[in-house]
Each structure stands twice: as C-alpha cells, then as structure tokens.
Design a binder for this molecule. Structure first.
Ligand code: ADP
Ligand code: ADP
Length: 232
C-alpha cells in the first residue's frame, strides 16, 4: 500500500540545512496498523507529511495506493490525496460549523451531491459513535468527541489510508484508549491501512502490528511490535 525508497527531506534554514528525513526505506502493507515512534525532533511529522504530499521529498520515491506522490501534481495529486485521510493532534476542525457540516466538508469539495452527502455523513456518524451530536459545534464537544469528528471527516471520501499525526497526544489516558479502540474497529471493519506517528510507547503496543523507530531522521529499527519491543 505504501512504499518509500531512499527518501530524503532536507529543510534549508538560515543556519544551513536540516536533514529531517534521511534515506528512509519503508514498506507498509494493505490493512495493517503501522506505527512510527521516536522522540521530538526525530523526523516523524515530516515523514508522515511526505505521505500525503504536505511536504515534497528532496530525493527518493513515495508510493501510496499505487501512485508515486513525488511525480504527480495538479488534478492528479488532488485525486491521489482523496485516497489518503489524515487526523491531527489538535483536530483541525472548522469551529463555525457543526459536526455534520465538518464531516460533509470534504464531500462538498469532492463534488458529491447533497443526497449522497447526507447518506454518507449519517453512516460516518454511526461509525464513530456520535449519534445525537450531529448539530453540536466543536466547542461543545469533549476532546474525544472532537477527534471522532476528525476521524469521520478523514474517512468521508473513503480513503485507502488513514494517517494519524499524534492523534491521541492531546487526550487523557482513558479517552486515548477509546480512540485507539475506534481505530482498531475501523481498521477491521473497513480493511483500512492506518499509519500513525507517536512519542508514546503505549499507543504502539496497544494497536500497531509493525513499527519503525526513528532517530535523527533515520529509521534505526523496524519490525513487528513483538520483535522490536519484547527483546530480552
Ligand atoms: P518530530 O515530528 O519527530 O518531532 P519533525 O519532523 O517535526 O520531528 O522535525 C524533524 C527535524 O526537522 C527537526 O530538527 C525540525 O526542527 C526540522 N524541521 C521540521 N520542519 C521544518 C521546517 N519547515 N523548516 C525547517 N526545519 C524543520
Ligand atoms: P483544541 O482546543 O481542540 O485542543 P486548539 O485550541 O489547539 O484545539 O486549536 C486548534 C486550532 O483551532 C488552533 O489553530 C486555534 O487557533 C483554533 N481554534 C481553537 N478554538 C477556536 C475557536 N473557538 N474559533 C476559531 N478557531 C479556534
């Protein structure tokens, strides 16, 4: 589903260059929950942003759902991005719109007609467990409910991949577990490939199948969660 070959991302700054992602190779299979863990500054967020072309690689190839994102642009890039949903630490909701309107937003942009939009929004509300909160505004929701809206919105265009950028880092431990349970449920029900970045070992241990450990832009260890974290 995702193949990165020799990927590099260099940021030019006033003081020189920062090699945020350094010769990374990565293979993520369809239907798995893949974790990328590392300390702050390791390059995790740059790496995940390469997976939907919020950042463009300086070298290497980034294939997601059959397309090399480093080589496409314009309408092809917009189409490829519909295969890739993303959720964020601070939810990035539209604050002046209701739950229903937030979830419908990407469907409007994709030109889905109104009847189909309403049908899909109702399905998504059920999927993430927000029945009864359709007309609430984000400011009226708990953190966990806001992230449920984020997840529903990310899934609206039926993507093949869901990217999670520290999606539970702003939540308390109990809410974190509820959101992780929801991600597992969605992974099973929809067969969706999930890629998450986190600095929390607990998140990796609880839901990931395979994991990469990042340090200084490099992947320093890679394998199943059992292999990487249960070594003697
Ligand atoms: P993480 O998500 O693991 O905390 P990041 O990907 O945010 O790591 O950052 C990796 C490195 O790249 C850091 O040294 C950071 O300062 C640098 N970096 C990230 N984004 C930029 C940018 N837009 N411009 C310059 N340097 C950046
Ligand atoms: P949360 O409170 O959901 O954790 P943040 O306070 O980090 O989220 O806000 C996320 C983004 O949304 C920020 O850019 C912030 O400025 C913006 N934001 C937060 N609350 C509102 C609001 N009531 N109206 C408009 N924008 C807001």
């Amino acid at each position: 589903m995702i193949t990165l070959k020799n990927v590099e991302k260099i940021f030019k700054t006033k003081n020189g260059e920062v090699r945020a992602v350094d010769h990374v190779d990565l293979q993520i299979n369809q239907g798995e929950i893949y974790g990328i863990i590392g300390y702050s500054g390791a390059g995790k967020s740059t790496l995940i942003r390469l997976l939907n072309r919020l950042e463009q690689a300086t070298a290497g190839s980034v294939e997601v759902a059959g397309q090399d994102l480093t080589k496409i642009r314009g309408a092809n890039l917009r189409k490829a991005r519909q295969e890739i949903g993303m959720i964020f630490q601070h939810f990035n909701l539209l604050w002046s719109r209701t739950v229903r309107e937030n979830i419908a937003f990407p469907l409007e942009i994709a030109g889905v007609d109104k009847a189909e939009r309403m049908k899909r929004v109702d399905e998504l509300i059920k999927l993430v467990g927000l029945e009864g909160r359709e007309d609430a505004y984000p400011s009226q929701l708990s953190g966990g409910q806001k992230q449920r809206v984020g997840i529903a919105r990310a899934l609206a265009n039926r993507p093949k991949v869901l990217l999670c950028d520290e999606a539970t880092s702003a939540l308390d431990p109990q809410t974190t577990d509820q959101i992780l349970d929801l991600l597992v449920d969605i992974n099973k029900k929809l067969g969706l490939t999930i890629v998450l970045i986190t600095h929390e070992m607990h998140v990796i241990r609880k839901i990931c199948h395979n994991v990469s450990v990042m340090e200084n832009g490099k992947i320093v260890e890679q394998g199943s969660v059992l292999e990487v974290f249960r070594k003697p």
